[in-house]
Design a protein around this ligand. Structure first.
Ligand code: PTT
Ligand code: SF4
Length: 611
């Protein structure tokens, strides 16, 4: 087998056992890696209804056949499990040496189950896997933990850590690596914490097996050069994702004041150009020559790595207009290991609840100190409000009641990332149907939608959402490489089948890759439907009522809101094009057509499947 290392490692933390398995060649071809492997493994190995915090939940670290090769931006890793936030499929994508080192240690995927008796580190060094006592690390933040590990294993070891958020089972705790790369929005850090797994260290010394090493070397060199020559490369290096703040403001989609508005009066102060003024360096993921992490000094004089989502959610969405303060909130989120998107959403929710007098705590809009203190309360689950918000915005709204569910900004329990959708129905559909709950990663359709015209609820828009979901949610997440060379500087998509050929020896043109993308997407949908059974309905794919019921009150689109009837019609059109029934459940024939007849058989034990 080429491209893939051909091995999976299963770790049982409770039994202290490690078993290496051969990777099934058919699974490799049908699911590629990363998200594809994670979805297949979680479907096959998890019992329906398992509590995400029980030892039976499985935490999957999965790379793909391109991960770690000398190719543009190939240092990415998928972390997946059943999510404690949504009780559905959850994953995230981290750029980290751990991706490269895990593959060099000989594994495409590592699956962790069980629960250790006390805090442990999982150390995988080439063929050997051991559990080490981590009592001295428990209670440390993610940066301190990584520093201690680096002192022992060196800075190039692959390290994945949780902070106090993961230890305290905050349901949107994520996993942190390299002091600022973070992933696993739907609580992957909390699943790690529930297993008493404080950190994972990968060290590998093997060569990655490619079918055509010379072709690989030449293609990699050429593609890296092409990235450098792209016209917007220099600007990308200056601002990375941060220029999106200005773009969102201009287009009235910058989430502000808990997504009640799409513009923010202090947007310029927290945008890409403001970032350049306080930037001290660029950081990034391994194997990348367009490193985009903007490192700035925050108001506490600490380093903080800024991306668009961090700033949209911890800036405009909560009314904080000083960039150094936003950076300080972002830094503490990284230290505690809390997802910044969900964090900005629960803070915005608390501010609105406080303003409306639904909670007794005073949480003012734009309050930097209050926000920082509240973030600590969330990470440690301290006090009524900290503990409430640690369970996410859906749960908090259920507890508070009084109509707060209308402005609890989530889909399927996952907080929405940083694009307001009062005026963008296709982006609302992308959030509604994203495979982990509301995230922009599967189909960032908004830039295209703003160009073609935002008013329509058209078939063309539905097609575009599906096309992006195939490429991004299915293929990029399963090849497990960064999609930004394609999206941000315009590296041609045709490079990827060529890379895949050099790595694996297989010819997989985009027609074939798109089928893999659909297979993975449907597999994940099947997972959700199996979990929710009779409770599943098309309502699961609908964004919060705020966007339908409360128009924007400011900016060029003042008065605009989404139309629920038209959204529902567009959703039904989406289902039809996907081969799903009117509940959003894949038809038996659709699953069978993707080679998932066995999945259909199992799913039909939980819900009636349409033909
Ligand atoms: C991703 C989500 C994003 S998406 C951002 S900023 W973005 C937030 N970053 C966080 C952070 O930082 N610290 C923190 N404590 N929480 C954070 N939560 C948020 O997580 C990230 C980049 C970015 S920056 C994006 S768009 C792209 N995402 C990719 C993806 O999903 N897949 C892929 N194949 N390539 C991608 N390339 C880009 O990677 P999640 P990272 Mg990320 C400080 O984690 O769960 O997937 O959510 O991992 O290594 O930091 O790279 O404007
Ligand atoms: Fe990481 Fe940015 Fe490079 Fe993508 S472009 S691999 S997110 S540094």
């Amino acid at each position: 087998m080429f491209g893939w290392t051909g091995k999976l490692l299963h770790i049982n933390l409770g039994k202290g056992k490690a078993v290496a398995d051969k990777l099934d060649a058919a699974m490799a071809k049908d699911f590629l890696g990363g998200r594809g492997f994670a979805a297949r493994i979680l479907w096959d190995e998890l019992k329906q209804g398992v509590d995400p915090f029980s030892p039976d939940n499985k935490l999957v670290f999965a790379a793909g056949p391109l991960t770690g090769f000398a190719l543009p931006s190939s240092g990415k890793l998928v972390v997946a499990a059943k999510s404690p936030l949504t009780w559905g499929y959850g994953d995230g994508n981290i750029g980290t040496f751990a991706a490269v080192q895990m593959r060099k240690a000989g594994y495409d995927t590592v699956v962790v189950e069980g629960k250790a008796e006390g805090p442990v580190i999982l150390l995988v060094r080439d063929e050997s896997a051991e559990l080490l006592d981590a009592r001295d690390l428990w209670g440390l933040n993610s940066f301190e933990t990584e520093k201690k590990l680096a002192d022992v294993y060196g800075h190039t070891a692959g390290m994945l850590c949780i902070g106090q958020g993961g230890e305290n089972l905050v349901k949107f705790a994520n996993i942190v690596s390299q002091q600022g790369r973070a992933g696993g929005r739907p609580g992957m850090g909390a699943v790690m914490g529930s297993k008493n797994l404080k950190a994972v260290v990968f060290i590998g010394t093997n060569e990655l097996p490619s079918a055509y090493p010379k072709e690989m070397k030449d293609l990699g060199g050429e593609a890296y050069r092409e990235v450098l020559l792209k016209p917007n490369y220099a600007f990308w290096k200056r601002q990375g994702t941060m220029s999106t703040i200005e773009w969102s403001q201009e287009n009235s989609v910058l989430p502000s004041f808990n997504y009640s508005e799409g513009i923010f009066s202090e947007a310029d102060a927290i945008g890409g150009f403001a970032t350049e003024k306080i930037k001290v360096s660029n950081r990034g993921c391994p194997q990348c020559n367009m490193t985009c992490g903007n490192v700035v000094k925050d108001s506490d004089r600490k380093e903080s790595e800024l991306d668009y989502e961090n700033v949209g959610m911890l800036g405009s969405n909560i009314g904080v207009g000083r960039l150094t303060q936003v950076a300080a909130l972002n830094r503490v989120a990284d230290e505690y290991g809390l997802d910044t998107i969900s964090l900005g959403s629960v803070l915005g929710f608390a501010m609105e609840a406080s303003e409306k007098g639904l909670i007794k705590e005073k949480v003012p809009w734009g309050g930097f100190k209050t926000s920082k203190a509240l973030i600590k309360d969330i990470a440690f689950r301290q006090g009524y409000l900290g503990n409430l918000l640690a369970d996410g915005v859906y749960s908090a709204s259920q507890e508070i009641g009084k109509g707060s569910d209308k402005w609890a900004m989530h889909v399927k329990g996952l907080e929405i990332s940083a694009y307001d959708c009062h005026t963008t129905p296709a982006m609302a559909l992308a959030y509604g149907t994203c495979s982990i709950g509301a995230h922009h990663k599967d189909a960032w359709v908004i830039a295209w939608e703003v160009k073609v015209g935002r008013e329509g609820y058209t078939a063309e828009k539905v097609d575009k959402v599906i096309e992006l979901q195939r490429i991004r949610a299915g293929v990029f997440e399963s090849l497990t490489v960064c999609r930004l060379p394609w999206i941000e500087v315009g590296l041609d998509l045709e490079w990827y089948p060529k890379f895949l050929h050099a790595a694996t020896g297989m010819e997989m043109p985009w027609q074939v890759l798109n089928v893999v993308g659909d297979r993975v997407f449907n597999m994940i949908r099947a997972f959700w439907v199996r979990e929710y059974g009779g409770k599943w309905s098309s309502e699961m794919d609908v964004p919060p009522s705020r966007w339908f019921d409360e128009p924007l009150t400011e900016g060029p689109f003042k008065g605009a809101k989404l139309d629920r009837i038209k959204y529902d019609a567009m959703l039904q059109m989406y289902y039809q094009k996907r081969g799903w029934d009117d509940r959003g459940i894949p038809r038996e024939s659709t699953l069978a057509g993707l080679g998932l007849a066995k999945v259909a058989g199992e799913l039909s034990r939980h819900v009636n499947l349409a033909q």
